[in-house]
Design a protein. Structure first.
Length: 675
């Protein structure tokens, strides 16, 4: 019998069994014939044949039992084993001779044998019904217990009396262990399901949610037993877009339909307990061996707190950035209105408020005056001038601390609340005094058109902003004062200088108006030649003072109607040096000195007092020289009458490159409006 193919063996056995039964029937028929005497020689021969066959077939039957995959035991009513097949011996670990004839119950574990034997006896005695199926353990020779599943069948004699039992037993020890292991594993999985700190949902292949673990139920605030058609009962938005998740657009729906795994989907949900939460969603299909979708698993991780922490950090970073921007604004912009307006841009943005303004304290009049605003609908705020007793801002100044009105509508109707509520629709108000070096400079006010629930961090930032605004106001005030004293000084100098030059013109009656004219022309020409505003201020002063040195030239020489003697020329040529001596000690005029000191130097180096040449001569002086000679020749002098324009033009032209810087002459000639 080939052992390699069980199925073939079993098939053959079934066929042989049928064959055997047919032969036995035949033999029985023959036996009956013998008993009834109706038998002949041929029949006896047949009978003999049948007996032989029977014996042979019994041998085969034994073989049949032996190759069976299950154990067979036949017990007599006295508990003794009549027959056991090879598989039975194999399982028990004994040889057939050690088993047959012994009480079957010797092969049961000690604690089982008496009870089972008792039941067996009762069944054999017909006192209780036989059991067709039960499971009980046997004890092997090596002392192991094996669990056997028994199927039992009564053996009866012709009269129907019980003569024994035939049982087939299957060793189910391993299967039971596997089942138990499976049960344990399921228990473990259930435990994990229950204690897992992430939300877990199981859905069937139609997307119907079957089960949620406690963490999942906690996240959503309820256990929703809903079908996919009802996903609308869940409210969620995808982050960062904030787009509402449509009922047929849930990750779970896609997962089941397309067998896709969706990881790290970020959702903001409206939980059933009314809370907004941020969750990480993970969905994966559950596939069977053929790859068909059997359902899906959804994992929810509540990251609300993590998200809040991240948001907080991001906000703090933004706030720090905003503050550093403000610091730069304050340092760079000297126009207070402009820097306050920049600060308010950042204030409303970073605090997330609808409007804000800055009122500056006028300590003379004890009023708060408009400084800057942002976000107001009406322009009335720009005319604000309130007395301290008549406003929240005033209260902030007087009490020197934050005033907060969470709901302006709950305030008594009065002159200053009404416009805020009626015209501006504001709901809440916060006013922070702007204090620096112990002095209140004003108030920073913020308004919002819905209620706010600011946290400590928000107030911290509001205070930081107020500190910056106070610095900005303080800085601007200092700068303004400095600027004012600066310009006062400038004006004083200007007046002084003009006074000097006028005094000079008065002394030299004939040159009246000369200084004013040359100053004007020189500044214009220097402007055309590209000198800066700051340089032009110095050029102007230099021109005004160009002949200040003539103060040191005696009247007899200065006002002499005729040509000068050599001696007189020596005195006259000292006037630039005198100017230098007079003006050099005045720091403020040091840069203006070029013209008075160098206006008689010549391009070819033949001028005085130092004989400078070309670009050694300061540009301002080179420019001025052209203008000065132009105006001197166009005017009457005590020593000669004025020249015609034509003649002067000719003179300037031919002196280009000797007396004058040719470039200056060129520009001067090209700008007839200067003359
Ligand atoms: P200023 O009268 O203001 O003249 C300024 C410059 O214009 C002179 O510098 C000279 O470069 C030019 N300039 C003025 N008038 C004439 C002129 O008739 N011919 C020519 N070619 N150039 C003229 P400069 O020469 O260094 O003279 C400096 C100052 O000396 C003059 O200032 C004036 O106060 C005085 N000065 C010059 N020449 C005479 C003179 O003949 N008699 C008197 N009393 N004073 C003179
Ligand atoms: C203010 O509080 O600064 C004035 C607001 C307004 O006039 O509406
Ligand atoms: C106002 O009366 O408009 C100003 C209120 C305030 O400054 O607190
Ligand atoms: Fe001069
Ligand atoms: Fe002059």
């Amino acid at each position: 019998m080939p052992k390699k193919s069980t199925s073939r063996t079993q098939k053959q056995l079934v066929a042989e069994n049928e064959d055997l039964r047919a032969r036995l029937d035949e033999a029985e028929e023959t036996l009956r014939a013998i008993r009834s005497g109706k038998v002949d020689g041929e029949q006896i021969f047949t009978l003999k044949q049948a007996e032989d066959a029977l014996q042979k077939e019994q041998g085969r039957a034994q073989q049949y039992l032996d190759i069976a995959g299950v154990m067979f035991v036949v017990l007599a009513t006295d508990r003794k084993v009549i027959l056991i097949n090879k598989k039975g011996c194999e399982i028990l670990g004994y040889v057939e001779q050690e088993i047959v004839g012994r009480s079957w119950f010797d092969f049961l574990p000690q604690d089982e044998k008496d009870r089972v034997a008792g039941t067996f006896d009762q069944v054999m005695a017909g006192e209780i019904e036989r059991m067709e199926y039960f499971e009980n353990p046997i004890l092997t020779k090596s002392g192991q217990e094996r669990l056997i599943a028994w199927h039992n069948s009564m053996l009866t004699d012709e009269a129907g009396r019980i003569i024994g039992v035939v049982s087939s037993g299957e060793d189910i020890t391993e299967r039971k262990r596997a089942e138990e292991a499976l049960r344990n594993r399921e228990g473990m999985l259930q435990k994990i399901f229950d204690i897992l700190p992430v939300g877990l949902w199981l859905a069937d292949k139609d997307g119907k949610l079957l089960r949620g673990n406690p963490a999942g139920v906690k996240i959503w605030g309820a256990e929703p037993q809903v079908s996919p058609l009802e996903y609308g009962v869940f409210k969620a938005r995808r982050l960062p877009s904030g787009e509402e998740v449509a009922p047929d657009d849930w990750a779970l729906v896609h997962t089941i339909r397309d067998r896709v795994t969706i990881v790290d989907e970020l959702l903001e949900i409206d939980a059933f307990d009314g809370k907004k939460k941020t969750i990480l969603n993970f969905t994966a299909p559950v596939l069977d061996a053929r790859g068909d979708v059997q359902g899906a698993i959804v994992v929810n991780q509540d990251i609300t707190e993590r998200k809040q922490a991240e948001d907080r950090i991001r906000r703090q970073l933004e706030h720090l950035t905003a503050l550093s921007v403000i610091d730069r604004v304050i340092a760079a912009i000297f126009d207070l209105r402009l820097s306050l307006s920049e600060i308010l841009n950042l204030t409303t943005k970073e605090l997330g408020v609808d409007a804000a303004d800055i009122l500056i304290l006028n300590s003379n009049s004890s009023t708060l005056e408009y400084g800057a605003e942002r976000g107001f609908r009406a322009t009335a705020v720009r005319k604000t001038q309130v007395r301290l007793s008549e406003s929240y801002a005033g209260r902030a100044v007087l009490e020197r601390h934050l005033i907060q009105i969470p709901n302006l509508r709950n305030e008594p109707n009065n002159l200053f609340v009404t416009p805020l509520v009626i015209d501006e629709d504001f709901v809440c108000y916060y006013g922070v005094p702007l204090i620096i070096k112990g002095q209140v400079k004003g108030v920073l006010e913020v308004y919002h058109r819905t209620s706010l629930e600011p946290d400590a961090e928000w107030f911290g930032f509001l205070n930081a902003l107020a500190g910056r605004v106070a610095i900005a106001i303080e800085n601007a005030t200092l700068f303004e004062n400095l600027q004012r004293s600066n310009s006062e000084l400038t004006m004083a100098y200007d007046a002084t200088i003009e006074g000097w030059s006028q005094a000079m013109d008065l002394r030299d009656k004939e040159t009246e108006g000369h200084t004013q004219r040359v100053t004007e022309m020189t500044v214009k020409l220097a402007g055309v030649l590209g000198l800066s505003e700051a340089e032009l201020v110095q050029v102007r002063w230099g021109a005004l003072l160009h002949d200040i040195g003539k103060m040191g030239v005696p009247d007899g020489i200065l006002l002499k109607p005729g040509p000068l003697t050599d001696e007189e020329w020596v005195a006259m040529k000292k006037h630039p040096t005198f100017a230098h001596e007079m003006l050099a000690p005045i720091r403020y005029l040091r840069l203006a000195l070029d013209i008075p000191y160098c206006h008689h130097e010549k391009w070819d180096g033949t001028g005085y007092p130092r004989g400078l040449k070309g670009t050694q001569i300061p540009l301002a002086a080179r420019i001025f020289a052209v203008v000065d000679v132009w105006d001197a020749l166009r005017s009457d002098r005590p020593y000669r009458l004025a020249w015609s324009e034509e003649k002067v033009r000719e003179h300037i032209h031919i002196s280009s490159g000797t007396h004058f810087d040719p470039q200056v002459v060129e520009v001067f000639m090209q700008n007839p409006n200067l003359m």
